[in-house]
Design a protein around this ligand. Structure first.
Ligand SMILES: *[C@@H]1O[C@H](CO)[C@@H](O)[C@H](O)[C@H]1NC(C)=O
Ligand SMILES: *[C@@H]1O[C@H](CO)[C@@H](O)[C@H](O)[C@H]1NC(C)=O
Ligand SMILES: *[C@@H]1O[C@H](CO)[C@@H](O)[C@H](O)[C@H]1NC(C)=O
Ligand SMILES: *[C@@H]1O[C@H](CO)[C@@H](O)[C@H](O)[C@H]1NC(C)=O
Ligand SMILES: *[C@@H]1O[C@H](CO)[C@@H](O)[C@H](O)[C@H]1NC(C)=O
Ligand SMILES: *[C@@H]1O[C@H](CO)[C@@H](O)[C@H](O)[C@H]1NC(C)=O
Length: 461
């Protein structure tokens, strides 16, 4: 999509007892569905998303309209027909044979939503009916509705529930008590990290901070992402591709002749172009940081703050502190770029190997002290993590304070003791009731270094 808001809607069907997944046994997968306008950046995000479809329970892929794209443009143009086939025969990544990107992603549902024109929500569609059905089913997990395009199909589903609910009482008897709030997260600030990378002021490809700019450069994208049966569907600057066989006239990004006349000025061939919509699902990915039911926690999708109470609207925080204590804009999403891109690249390698052992997989890390430890001001707390790696790789761990996640306003001293141990000194001036968030991260030494995390809160008592 372009310019318009990326909306991420969590319908709170129930309160999860364990935000951080410290449950015994296998935690339930996060339940979600996508509504998308399937522009070029959505397609690129979909390529990434497919590689995470083992970790999430995707319950639908629904075409919806957006500010620019709906069913045709009155000039005989038809959108909504990506159907990009790719050959998975040589991959360890399900399923085998030839498939379309959508069918790979989806076990069951692909529907057309409200696409007649921008903002159309006049009638029920297959897409809105699917959303409605999922909202009304008996699954007590939160349903995360991802809006990669406009929100009209989602709005239609809610309207339909409301209208019919008034007739059959499901609204008053079931929905209202069970879904006291619909939380909306407006995540377009993450475009600074993942949206269109335009050379509009002639500044060149300076996306990201100097340390992670390489992940937006043509060499890295072309060698690590636009490879193999799935990766070749990814989009980069001037790569010769276009959506819908040229049916989307705004998608000139792949065409060296037309691109300079587009609204987003081109970078070098194969430079990072745009995703935009991974900004929406990054916070759902199971990195160990994720806690999508609590937007105040950081994750690869950034950390959010409440913008208004009614509606329950959240936006990303504009800046966060780096390790050296300076405030940096967009750091809440920029800080994870290297980890997220290496993870993407490692998963892309899964599409090039016929077996599991041919790929690299992320390590696991878990703080054995639990999710929260109580401590007095002035005391020290010893933290211990357990780490393992499915490929037997060497793992490096590090511990750091995520200052904005906690309420203690200062810096705490963390002494890494090695052997996945650390000692944290609770400052003398910490007040009862304040808390400190400590992250432990584990990185393997596979071809692409993969990082997973765990979090512990120290509560001052
Ligand atoms: C898929 O790839 C395999 C292995 O390279 C090849 O034998 C097969 O013909 C390909 N199928 C299609 C439909 O291209
Ligand atoms: C942060 O993002 C905003 C909006 O895209 C942009 O104007 C600003 O320059 C960015 N700041 C940095 C330091 O990247
Ligand atoms: C960006 O635009 C400037 C001015 O037109 C041009 O000199 C430069 O090569 C462009 N940078 C990239 C990375 O394409
Ligand atoms: C702190 O780190 C940021 C981001 O890495 C960097 O841009 C800035 O120059 C650093 N500031 C100091 C004082 O070292
Ligand atoms: C797995 O695939 C790799 C190629 O990616 C190959 O070298 C290796 O022998 C295969 N292992 C098994 C057990 O098939
Ligand atoms: C940290 O403290 C704040 C403010 O009291 C509270 O909202 C938050 O839930 C606490 N976090 C944890 C994990 O206890």
């Amino acid at each position: 999509m372009y310019f318009g808001s990326v909306l991420f809607i969590g319908v709170l069907a129930s309160t999860l007892p364990h935000v951080f997944g410290y449950t015994i046994g296998k935690p339930a997968k996060i339940r979600t569905l996508i509504t998308t306008d399937m522009e070029s950046d959505d397609l690129a995000s979909l390529v990434r998303y497919v590689l995470y479809s083992n970790d999430l329970e995707n319950q639908g892929l629904i075409y919806t309209s957006s500010k620019y794209h709906w069913e045709g443009d009155g000039k005989g143009t038809e959108f909504f027909s990506p159907n990009r086939e790719y050959n998975t025969s040589q991959t360890s990544w399900r399923p085998t044979g030839t498939t379309t990107i959508e069918n790979h992603l989806l076990k069951a549902y692909k529907e057309i939503g409200n696409v007649e024109f921008e903002g159309e929500m006049a009638k029920d569609t297959d897409g809105s009916n699917l959303i409605k059905k999922l909202l009304l089913d008996q699954d007590d997990r939160i349903l995360y509705l991802q809006a990669w395009g406009g929100t009209n199909t989602i709005a239609r589903a809610l309207k339909s529930i409301e209208e019919h609910g008034l007739q059959d009482e499901t609204y008053t008897e079931y929905i209202a008590p069970n879904w006291p709030s619909i939380r909306v997260e407006e995540l377009s600030a993450a475009y600074a990290t993942w949206g269109f990378n335009c050379n509009n002021s002639g500044q060149g490809n300076v996306r990201g901070l100097p340390n992670n700019n390489k992940y937006y450069q043509r060499t890295w994208i072309k060698e690590n992402i636009q490879i193999g049966p799935l990766g070749s569907l990814y989009r980069s600057w001037l790569d010769g591709q276009t959506t819908f066989g040229g049916g989307d006239q705004l998608d000139v990004f792949g065409d060296p002749a037309k691109a300079p006349s587009g609204w987003c000025k081109p970078m070098m061939k194969y430079d990072f172009l745009s995703e935009g919509d991974n900004a929406v699902f990054n916070r759902l990915l199971t990195t160990g940081l994720q806690g999508p039911s609590n937007p105040t926690l950081g994750s690869w999708g950034g950390r959010a703050q409440k913008n208004s109470i009614s509606p329950d609207l959240w936006v990303l925080v504009p800046k966060e502190k780096t390790a050296n204590g300076s405030d940096v804009e967009n750091w809440t999403t920029d800080r994870w770029v290297a980890a997220a891109q290496n993870d993407f690249a490692a998963r892309m390698q899964w599409t090039l190997t016929p077996n599991y052992s041919g790929g690299n997989h992320a390590p696991s890390v878990k703080v054995v002290n639990g999710a929260t430890v109580k401590a007095h001001a002035g005391s020290t707390v010893e933290l211990v993590a357990e780490v393992s790696d499915p490929d037997g790789d060497q793992i490096t761990t590090s511990w750091w304070q995520y200052p904005e996640e906690g309420t203690y306003p200062g810096v705490v001293n963390i002494v890494d003791q090695g052997n996945t141990r650390a000692v944290v000194k609770i400052p003398d001036d910490a007040k009862i009731g304040q808390n400190v968030s400590i992250i432990v991260q584990a990185t393997d030494d596979g071809g692409f270094p993969l990082t997973h995390y765990d979090r512990i809160f120290l509560l001052v008592v």
